[in-house]
Design a protein around this ligand. Structure first.
Ligand code: BJ8
Length: 429
């Protein structure tokens, strides 16, 4: 860390010794996984810097924002509308965690057979390792999978900051009415917490910032359709992970600058792997930072990841909000836009298979790897229908169930390598 942030971390109540250990491990992992990649775009330098300062400078910025009266609002799910947080002058930060940290602490409150994402956000808090949770004024959960909604009850007991949005299980007419009501209820909650009314002007400014961020991420996604692809899946995943933490306007500028560079690469026919390298789509549970495991394995096995049908990926930026001319209309647009996300928590969720089909076509994928965290029932069950849909479309499919530990890395690598070889041979799974 270029600056010494220990005083700040201490004042946030972090466990300094354990936190030093975590940063050391992450820094080593980052060097090994990211900085050894060949032919990285120059524009990745900004994102390398953001990662190096993810518990440093970014937290300094958040604390300055708080001191200036801007509340910090933590979220866990892409169904929570960022526009409403920005419209009350707040700063939105993602709180999902992607490392096997604090599991022992988390298991004092949660059953062992809980998915790694839930254990990690609980574990980071309980082990005193998350400056984002400590900085947050309010934490917004949602009734998605059972594990999350029950964990929020415990998380609220520990933090006393949790507010839960009720997401319907079905996108029926009643579900839509209920969800619109939940959006309005969140707006009222944010106004109560911040003392700031949500105005049309505030919503328009917020929508512009968030839509521009989405446009930049869509542009990055489109550039990955080129062969050779101008950016690795690892780097694209990192950018998507950072989109949940960074200042949105600055992030958008940096993604667009990177995309200008990638445009040039595409025009010159340059890429990070030779033309014809097998191209894979990853689909399933989200990969929160610093979960780089599967991409690292895939890209070390002679293939390239060209897209993520995931919340840390396409589900986060797939559609824009569109214009509106009143607060009421904005609430309706927000309800529609967010309910159009296709998560396995919904039943039925057939639209997700259409999304996978569209992405495989647009990105010219040669196969799909379905990624589900162990004990994530929604995605594990849905994998069977996803397999049928992908194979009916004539593409090979590999189903992976894993967690954040590295114990199964060798076994996964063997399976992924065999999958990639089969694609090279032009075969079916
Ligand atoms: S919209 S995927 S962010 S709920 S991996 S905690 S589903 S058991 S994260 Fe998710 Fe929103 Fe859906 Fe996306 Fe539960 Fe599965 Fe764990 Fe998950």
């Amino acid at each position: 860390m270029p600056e010494d942030y220990r005083e700040m971390w201490g004042s946030l109540g972090l466990n300094l010794e354990a936190h030093d250990g975590l940063l050391a491990v992450l820094s080593d992992a980052y060097k090994n996984i990211y900085l050894t990649q060949p032919n990285r775009p120059v524009g990745m330098g900004y994102f390398d810097f953001v990662i190096s300062e993810v518990h440093g400078l970014r937290i300094v910025e958040l604390l300055k924002d708080k001191a200036a009266g801007k509340p910090v609002i933590g979220t866990f799910c892409v169904y929570v509308p960022e526009e409403l947080i920005l419209a009350v002058g707040g700063v939105a930060v993602g709180l999902c965690a992607g490392a096997d940290v604090g599991a022992e602490e988390a298991e004092k409150y949660l059953p062992r057979n809980t998915c790694a994402l839930i254990k990690a956000f609980m574990g980071f808090k309980l082990a005193g390792l998350c400056p984002y949770v400590e900085s947050a004024d309010l934490i917004i959960g949602e009734t998605t999978c059972d594990g999350k909604k029950k964990a929020y009850e415990v998380f609220d007991e520990i933090t006393n900051k949790v507010y839960v949005m009720e997401l319907p299980n079905k996108k029926s007419a009643d579900g839509k009415v209920m969800w619109k009501h939940e959006i309005e209820r969140l707006a009222a909650k944010l106004t109560a917490v911040t003392g700031k009314e949500i105005t049309l002007e505030g919503l328009k400014n917020a929508a512009k910032i968030v839509d521009e961020k989405r446009r930049a991420l869509q542009r990055l996604s489109r550039l990955r359709s080129a062969d050779p692809t101008p950016i690795s899946g690892l780097d694209a995943l990192l950018i998507n992970q950072i989109s949940f933490y960074d200042d949105p306007a600055r992030f958008t500028t940096k993604v667009n600058e990177l995309c200008d560079e990638l445009d040039e690469r595409v025009n010159k026919g340059e890429g990070v792997a030779p033309r014809g390298t097998p191209r894979l789509l990853i689909s399933g549970s989200p990969m929160a930072i610093p979960n780089w495991k599967l991409h690292y394995i895939v890209e070390g096995s002679g293939a390239i990841v060209v897209g993520e049908e995931s919340c840390v990926g396409e589900r986060n930026f797939h559609s824009l909000l569109q214009d509106f001319s009143s607060v009421e209309e904005a609430m309706q647009r927000l309800a529609e836009r967010y309910l159009s996300i296709n998560c396995a928590c919904f039943t039925p969720n057939d639209e997700r298979f259409d999304d996978i089909a569209t992405m495989t076509q647009t990105l010219h994928a040669n196969g799909v790897i379905h990624y589900a965290l162990q004990f994530c029932t929604p995605y594990l069950v849905e994998a069977f229908r996803a397999k049928n849909a992908v194979e009916e479309a004539g593409l090979p499919f590999l189903r992976i169930e894993t967690d954040y530990s590295l114990e199964d890395a060798g076994q996964l690598k063997t399976r992924v390598e065999a999958f990639v070889e089969m694609i090279k041979d032009g075969g079916q799974a």
